[in-house]
Write a protein that binds this ligand. Structure first.
Ligand code: ATP
Length: 569
């Protein structure tokens, strides 16, 4: 397909907010360009690869503007002047380039952008500018608008993973969604899924399995309030401490190790100590472990708070951080072992095999989460108290016969946390979709309350549930405002449903952990709103932390809020 054709589809997507229309446009796109199925999902999300291997173009605005000036024979000052006027370099490119360009395929644009990203070393910036200039010269106005936005990381078509999955099903004459979802959850690569499906048909999706070097979407936990409720719902259970750190998936193939976050980023560089431990302590040629990295003070034999653990994610000064904040990695699941996909095996068997392949060392970094097997609520309660007494958050309780359902939040795992027994005192992960500038003292900071939303995975929509205006220090508010300004958009993003219009809309990007006292019904919010019925809101919310480790799609779901409300009403 030619890129100008794709640009037309981008424009049509931008012109509608309706999910069904977007799905139909995408299904049609996949049908018309099956040969590009492997790269279209990336481009639709403004990326040059799957989330765990997306190269960065490495060009800032200044250099993009420079390339644009050179490509169009315009003075750089003129490019900046127009940028100031239009507020979007994509629109500037569109205005400066001729309506039609040369025929350039989607694949050629993708390859050029990858080549720009790959340019490194001495003189890389000049080469990047030259390559981008040459690409722009060949493009027509509309194509240039979108290529510039992709280069800037600002395509923002609001096409979520779930929408692409739906579109792929529709493109194959309504193939069932479940095998597509499964393949995506096990590979985290929609390009691979689309190519396999469109080239070889739905049956071929079964070939997609976990593979070292490619993350699997994390299974997530539901919550219940008491040990009694857990035993009543699950019967005999495997209970493990809930470590409050950073979820990490550890992959090993011979001597090579990868560590992936729940956001599917490759964080191997940040945790050389854990990578070493995986190399030394995992007795297998190939394996994928799921687990939690948590800060640990060996002198006091105490776990460190989450905030200290995540400071280890920094890219610089890794070695100093290693000494300052030693980590332990608690493995709690085994998803793949020496060529075999373990995700469909029962939990009990996965846990057993995990113990078999780990060389436990008392002073080592890598440990297996200890497990209590019980069907007795009183015994589970004692284990809970003992675990909380050791400074941990609570328990994750698991169904012995359940598979590992990648990417799903189900009752196969149930978290039981401190404070559940009291009122609500629980936290929710909410997505920031906008903010108000604030009044009085807060006007000085330029930010008052955040407009926050939950996620509806069925519809791929964010619905508002709370305005949150407390919990951070002045400095933290200002820092957050700066981050939000970098993702601000002019109008309500397509995936957001809201009755409130904040002073500033932002692209759903950041997740905040919010503590609230209660869930109430409210006509102001769209979470759980059906027809004329009011929606749901959180009362007395405050920000507990900013969760850079979460994707917007990992946020608390709308269904969870509705269920918690029904439990408490
Ligand atoms: P929370 O904010 O309560 O940690 P969450 O949204 O991070 O919730 P959930 O899936 O709801 O994630 O809760 C389980 C989380 O607990 C996992 O994502 C994982 O990071 C962490 N965890 C710690 N110990 C365990 C364990 N033994 N088994 C499974 N998950 C564990």
């Amino acid at each position: 397909m030619e890129f100008s054709e794709l640009a037309r589809v981008f424009q049509a997507i931008e012109a509608t907010r309706r999910r069904l229309e977007i799905t139909a446009l995408l299904a049609d796109l996949f049908r018309r360009a099956p040969e590009d199925a492997d790269i279209l999902p990336y481009l639709l999300q403004g990326r040059l690869g799957p989330p765990y291997a997306t190269p960065d173009l490495g060009m800032d605005e200044r250099r993009i503007a420079q390339a644009l000036a050179e490509a169009t024979g315009t003075e750089v000052e003129e490019v900046w002047r127009r940028y100031g006027e239009l507020g979007d370099l994509g629109l500037v490119a569109e205005a400066l380039l001729p309506t039609t360009g040369e025929p350039v395929t989607v694949r050629a644009v993708f390859a050029d952008l990858r080549a720009i990203a790959a340019a490194s070393g001495k003189g890389a910036q000049e080469r990047k500018i030259a390559l981008f200039r040459d690409l722009l010269r060949r493009l027509g106005a509309r194509a240039a608008r979108y290529v510039v936005r992709i280069a800037q990381g600002r395509l923002r078509l609001q096409v979520g993973d779930a929408t692409i999955v739906d579109a792929l099903a529709a493109a194959c004459d309504g193939a069932p969604r479940a095998p597509i979802e499964r393949a995506y959850a096990l590979s985290a690569d929609l390009g691979l899924v689309a190519r396999t499906l469109l080239a070889d048909g739905p049956a071929a999706l079964a070939r997609i399995h976990p593979t070292p070097g490619r993350p699997v979407l994390s299974a997530l936990a539901e919550r219940l309030p008491t040990p009694q409720a857990v035993i009543q719902k699950l019967g005999r259970v495997l209970a493990e401490p809930k470590y409050d750190g950073l979820r990490l998936q550890a992959h090993k193939r011979a001597e090579q190790v990868w560590l992936f976050s729940r956001r599917l980023e490759d964080l191997t560089h940040a945790f050389p100590d854990i990578a070493r431990a995986v190399r030394q302590q995992v007795r297998a040629d190939e394996a994928i472990l799921d687990g939690e990295a948590v800060g640990y003070d060996p002198r006091r034999q105490r776990f460190l708070p989450f905030q200290q653990t995540v400071r280890r994610r920094r890219k610089h000064g890794v070695e100093a951080m290693e000494l300052l904040f030693p980590l332990r990695y608690y493995a709690f699941d085994l998803l793949y072992l020496d060529g075999a996909d373990y995700t469909s095996l029962p939990q009990e068997e996965r846990s057993r095999r995990l113990r078999d392949i780990l060389r436990e060392q008392p002073e080592g970094i890598l440990h297996v989460a200890p497990q209590l097997v019980t069907a007795d609520a009183a015994e589970l309660g004692r284990f809970f108290d003992e675990t909380v007494g050791r400074g941990l958050e609570g328990l994750v309780v698991k169904r012995p016969d359940a598979p590992y359902h990648a990417g799903a939040r189900e009752f196969n795992w149930v978290k039981l946390k401190r404070g559940y027994q009291r009122a609500l005192a629980d936290t929710f992960d909410l997505v920031i979709v906008g903010y108000d500038r604030g009044r009085g003292k807060r006007a000085r900071l330029g930010i008052g309350s955040l407009l926050c939303a939950v996620y509806d995975p069925e519809q791929d929509r964010f619905r508002t549930v709370s305005r949150v205006g407390s919990g951070l220090s002045d400095d933290e508010w200002v820092e957050l405002r700066d981050r939000l300004d970098a993702v601000r958009v002019d109008a309500r993003p397509g995936r957001v449903e809201s009755l409130i219009t904040p002073d500033v809309w932002v692209e759903p990007t950041y997740v905040v952990e919010v503590i609230a006292a209660e869930i109430t019904r409210s006509p102001l919010h769209t979470c759980g709103k059906v027809d004329a019925q009011p929606g749901f809101a959180l009362r007395f919310p405050r920000v507990a932390s900013i969760r850079f480790d979460r994707r917007p799609e990992d946020a608390t779901t709308e269904a969870e809020i509705v269920r918690l409300y029904s439990l408490r009403a």
